[in-house]
Design a binder for this molecule. Sequence first.
Ligand SMILES: [Ca+2]
Ligand SMILES: [Ca+2]
Length: 201
Amino acid sequence: MTYAWWMLVQGQREKAMDSPVACDHLHLRRTIRVSELRTLSKARAFTVVEAVLSTVIVAVMLVAALTTVGASKATQHRASLVGKGRLLTESLMAEILRQSYKDAKDAGALGCESSELDTTRAAFDDVDDYHGWSSSPPTAKDGTALLNAAGWSRTVTVEWVVPTNPQQVKSGETGAKRVTVTAAYNKVPQATLVAIRTAYR
Ligand SMILES: [Ca+2]
Ligand SMILES: [Ca+2]
């Protein structure tokens, strides 16, 4: 009895599976399954694309960051050189401006008097004694080398200028001398300081 009922049920199921409605339902389920697999495949492919794009974006950001850091370091180095150059020009200019405008033995030319020609500027006693002076590395007035000044040099130019127009240079005495001090690092000028010294303070 039970076996007969099972055969009856199985027969009805097979008939049902053979019916057009069942075929359509099965086809629909297969279509949905294939669609799910394609969607999953697309999802995986999109994840790979995302990973590649993320890697590219990170690489670009890393390069940009390193470039920014490099530029910042270069700017800091440049600022440091300029600051050091200013200190070197200011200290030498202060020393020059403390001297007399003119030497008592002045023979009418810019530069050291004959008794002041030496490897140091210890004997310099007037402004134009410094004309054409240069030293590398920079030294104190007595010739002592300055600390942390390796690679640096200082040069001085003294010129007669028109007191009312310091831009105008003259070949003879005018009562005003323009002093230009330049500090260079590895022969590259980093700072220049200009001052006017007149005969009458
Ligand atoms: Ca002198
Ligand atoms: Ca002199």
